[in-house]
Design a protein around this ligand. Structure first.
Ligand SMILES: Nc1ncnc2c1ncn2[C@@H]1O[C@H](COP(=O)(O)OP(=O)(O)OP(=O)(O)O)[C@@H](O)[C@H]1O
Ligand SMILES: CC(=O)C(=O)O
Length: 635
């Protein structure tokens, strides 16, 4: 668009408004509308969800936070992490998962769930009779291979691969390296003596790292397999794989999910579908659904093959706790920056984790260094920041989430200034060297140029929002990675995409109630696998139109199909979603991005610059006009 064209658009008079869209400017009406749309008063009045924070918050649930799920969502949590390292029976997590879904639906706020697999992490057992022990510097402590609890003089671990092979002089780091021992004597195949170098309190189930030796453990343990099956069955949005060392480790988990997908498909095909107790119905999942895999980068070995790992994974976590122990602490900031750049270049989500607001476990305010750390992760371009013990066991989980949210918002405002005009100068440069070679990911033909043009047009027109249709999640993510200065409202008819997009920077998902897109004859992934010919006009009345849209909710005829009707329904969906409508007023410039009249859904090919509310108005005018014509011709 030319500069002149853009400025005309900016100075154009707002549209004359209709009662439906006038309503969103009136707060009483807004409340009525939100209640009718099932959106609670808490969200309507919560400060957090009415302000646009782009960086997403992942919060670990634990004993102190499970009873506070609702308050945590209202405070700003976008993704809950369930750490299965601390879970012996996966079924024990079912009520927690159900509770997250119930509260999220009642509040009308999308929340994703991330199940974190333990992986081959070596941990100490519990302690008895006290829940923790004190390690005194200079004292001697026994390290024993056993399934029994430890005690004041003995640390036990049920993993056999360490005590039998560790050598005198090797370092033993406990609790993310906060406590340190050195091996001084071998007593038997199952026992060594260690001297405490750095002491302190050691609680149950804390990690044990032995950086001086390589340990051969499978990436996906038997416990992980059982937990991963449970996560699949419960339709968790993300599964994090700990201690990934090679791309094949992710491949092993993918194979497990592929097998589960095949079993389900076969059972359905034979008319014997397994009872689904997840509470998520099949039509809320996209075709070929499986949990998305987040690889946790926490070992030096994984850094050697990081491109392959990013390529096969659906996203990355910078797991700074173990990374700081397995590598050296001083290397962590540079590794964080590199991982964020590479993952952004691959258009995948990246989470920055661990000790972000650690002091808030016991204090209502963080340290200045912690505030700086969170802000710098935002400047680096992370999609999400993560809270661990601060939220799982800390005294101030709600305050911690509120603080993290406030730091992110302030950093985002600052980074727009730092970036010059706004975020549209990309945080990373999409340069060829950083592009992941040989990606298996299907990218539709025009996707990148549409995303470039949409972000540029939205910025040029000072649009209040981008409104992006999606059935694959591809286009909103491409836009998000270009860091536009305005929010990206992602409208999708698919429940799993609605939840999953909650973890992506700057994306505000809206579940479309009105829009039903016919799947024609196959999803993009199936097309790609089989390379079938697509019938161009399978189930539609109009020759070039592959979308089926019901406009009943607009009061129009039953199965009217055209682009304006789709946009009008989208505007209605956005208006009814109070958590996004607050930063979008009728008459504001908006940039729509969608796939219209393509051979099948999922192909973004169109940008439309418009004023918010214009489509509802023109669609209604069109319906009235058609109705008059019909009457005239009958008359
Ligand atoms: N489901 C849970 N049940 C009981 N305690 C938990 C649970 N989840 C977390 N915790 C407690 O919160 C602390 C911090 O949580 P987090 O998940 O970060 O643990 P971690 O063991 O340090 O992490 P990781 O497994 O990623 O190394 C844990 O050390 C544990 O004490
Ligand atoms: C989150 C995690 O596993 C780590 O930081 O080590």
């Amino acid at each position: 668009m030319s500069r002149q064209g853009a400025s005309q658009l900016i100075t154009a008079k707002p549209l004359q408004q209709e009662p439906l869209i006038d309503a969103i400017k009136d707060s009483d009406e807004l409340e009525k509308l939100s209640l009718a749309a099932g959106i609670s008063q808490e969200v309507l009045h919560s400060n957090e969800h009415l302000q646009e924070r782009r960086t997403k918050i992942v919060a670990t649930l634990g004993p102190t936070s499970v009873p506070k799920i609702k308050e945590l969502i209202v405070a700003g949590v976008n993704v809950f992490r369930l750490n299965f390292s601390h879970v012996s029976d996966p079924e024990s997590q079912r009520p927690v998962i159900e509770s997250i879904r119930k509260e999220s639906a009642a509040l009308g706020i999308p929340v994703a769930i991330l199940g974190d697999l333990c992986g081959p992490k070596i941990r100490c057992n519990t302690f008895a009779p006290t829940p923790s022990i004190q390690l005194i510097p200079g004292s001697t402590i026994r390290l024993v291979h056993s399934s029994e609890p430890g005690n004041a003089t003995t640390i036990t671990t049920s993993i056999s691969q360490i005590v039998g092979v560790i050598a005198i002089g090797h370092r033993v780091l406990l609790n993310d390296g906060n406590l340190r021992l050195v091996v001084t004597e071998r007593v038997s195949a199952d026992e060594v003596l260690c001297q405490v170098v750095v002491g302190g309190e050691l609680k149950a189930k804390k990690g044990i790292n032995v950086p001086d030796m390589a340990i051969a453990l499978p990436a996906v343990t038997e416990k992980d397999k059982s937990d991963a099956k449970f996560m699949f069955k419960m339709r968790l949005d993300y599964v994090a794989l700990s201690f990934v060392q090679r791309a094949q480790d992710v491949g092993d988990l993918l194979e497990l999910f592929n097998n589960l997908q095949s079993q389900e498909a076969l059972a359905r095909h034979n008319g014997n579908p397994l009872p689904d107790t997840s509470g998520i119905s099949l039509d809320q999942l996209e075709e070929d659904w499986r949990p998305h895999i987040i690889s946790k980068i926490e070992t030096p070995q994984s850094l050697l093959v990081i491109d392959e790992i990013i390529n096969i994974s659906d996203g990355i976590m910078v797991a700074r706790g173990d990374l700081g122990v397995e590598c050296s602490l001083e290397q962590v900031p540079l590794i964080q920056k590199t991982l964020i750049r590479k993952t952004n270049a691959a258009d995948k989500p990246v989470i920055t984790a661990t000790q972000m607001l650690e002091s808030m476990i016991n204090a209502p305010v963080p340290t200045r260094a912690e505030v700086s750390d969170v802000a710098n992760a935002v400047f680096d371009g992370t999609d999400a920041v993560m809270l661990s013990a601060e939220c799982a066991t800390g005294e101030f989980p709600i305050e911690t989430v509120q603080m993290m949210s406030s730091i992110c918002r302030n950093a985002e405002a600052g980074s727009r200034l730092l970036q010059g005009r706004d975020f549209t100068i990309p945080l990373y440069k999409r340069d060829k060297k950083e592009k992941i070679i040989g990606s298996e990911k299907y990218v539709s033909e025009f996707a990148h140029c549409i995303a470039d043009a949409a972000v540029a047009a939205a910025s040029e027109a000072s649009a209040s929002a981008m409104i992006v249709f999606t059935t694959t999640s591809e286009m909103p993510i491409f836009c998000s990675k270009r860091r536009p200065s305005m929010p990206i409202i992602a409208v999708t008819p698919t429940g799993s995409i609605y939840r999953r997009l909650a973890m992506h920077f700057g994306i505000f998902p809206v579940l479309s109630n009105g829009l039903k897109i016919s799947t024609v004859s196959g999803s993009i992934s199936r097309l790609r696998r089989t390379e079938v010919e697509i019938p161009l006009v399978p189930q539609t009345h109009h020759e070039n139109d592959s979308h089926t849209v019901s406009t009943e909710s607009l009061g129009g005829g039953p199965r009217l199909r055209n682009t304006d009707a789709i946009l009008a329904l989208t505007e209605r969906d956005v208006i009814e979603n109070v958590s996004v409508v607050k930063f979008l007023k009728v008459g504001d410039a908006v940039c729509y991005c969608a796939g219209f009249h393509g051979p099948f859904p999922g192909l973004s090919n169109t940008i439309k610059m418009s004023r918010f509310g214009e489509s509802i108005r023109s669609e209604r005018a069109h319906l009235n006009w058609s109705e008059s014509l019909r009457r005239l011709s009958i008359g």
